[in-house]
Design a protein around this ligand. Structure first.
Ligand code: NAI
Ligand code: 15L
Length: 269
């Protein structure tokens, strides 16, 4: 596949979308933006719900690839997750199939494997083929998205990289995030790799920076060409002083998904 130029960025008004609107164009991409809410400062952004199949079909027409960030990004009632993340992702893949788009990057999450135990010192890092262990309906929808991506590769030849994002924010804001942090600059590096790597079929990759305290194995992402430059360790001393280490035996101490396993933050509506 030749390097994509025009990329549809769904979820463009969100946290990661806002960061990527700044950081992806320098790699040479022309972004087409979509979100269910208007994108501030972007009058040409498409305002459409993932439920609107006609709008999605028009939105994907002529793009070289899709970066799919849109959806509910925290826990919510099952029905809402089904509509936005499950039916919505299906609708987008159908639009891609109908319009001949050959490459999707799917924003999966650490919460697809959230009930996986954190590796202790000396234990191997978590590989990408560890079984799905969702910690929420939200995490379950990411498992669905990964399987949907596999189906659309096997059945229709649409390639996807499913990136299990750790925590993509300007800075890590919890001790757990010292292990999961994906700096915005590394996120852009990773997305560029996922968009340009040859022959990805359906690949699952973990998305974090080169964190000293990493829990998972970045070799799949590195094989795509990702070369992370950041390490959350520069924030460690301040964060640990402010927050303390997680209580022994708590979800934050035991599981990749941390507090999502017992008290997930909820989508605000
Ligand atoms: P966010 O909640 O800030 O942004 C999501 C965007 O999707 C919002 O602008 C929202 O309006 C839009 N959206 C929601 N439902 C929609 C619908 N039905 N139709 C169209 N647009 C809709 O989330 P964030 O943090 O930017 O995350 C982006 C993606 O990455 C999400 O899929 C999230 O699950 C995933 N992710 C993010 C992580 C992070 O650390 N930020 C970690 C793991 C995964
Ligand atoms: C996610 O999947 C969420 O979308 C994001 O808001 C963070 O909570 C992140 O995981 C995390 O685990 O830190």
């Amino acid at each position: 596949m030749s390097a994509p130029r025009t990329v549809l960025l769904t979820g463009a008004a969100g946290g990661v979308g806002t960061l990527m609107r700044e950081l992806l164009p320098p790699y040479g991409y022309e972004l087409r933006l979509l979100d269910v809410v208007p994108v501030r400062g972007e009058p040409n952004a498409i305002v459409a719900d993932l439920a609107d199949r006609a709008a999605l079909r028009e939105a994907v027409r002529g793009v070289d690839a899709i970066v799919h960030l849109a959806g509910i990004s925290l826990e919510a009632d099952f029905e809402k997750i089904v509509a936005a993340n499950i039916a919505g992702t299906y609708n987008l893949y159908e639009a891609a199939r109908e319009e001949g788009v050959r490459r999707v990057v799917f924003a999966s999450s650490n919460h697809a494997v959230g009930f996986t135990r954190q590796p202790r010192e000396g234990e191997p890092l978590i590989p990408v083929d560890t079984p799905h262990r969702p910690d929420t309906f939200y995490g379950l929808s990411k498992c669905f998205g990964e399987d949907l991506a596999q189906l659309y590769w096997d059945l229709h030849g649409i390639e996807t990289v499913s990136v299990r994002i750790g925590s993509c924010f300007p800075e890590p804001t919890s001790v757990r995030m010292l292990s999961m942090w994906l700096s915005p600059a590394d996120c852009a590096r990773l997305l560029h790799a996922t968009l340009t790597a040859e022959g990805v079929a359906h690949t699952v990759a973990y998305g974090s920076s080169a964190n000293t305290r990493a829990w998972w194995d970045l070799s799949t992402a590195r094989a795509l060409g990702y070369d992370p430059q950041d390490d959350s360790e520069v924030h460690a001393e301040k964060l640990i002083a402010a927050r303390g280490l997680p209580e022994k035996g708590s979800a934050d101490d035991l599981y990749l998904g941390g507090h999502f396993c017992v008290n997930p933050p909820r989508w605000p509506h």
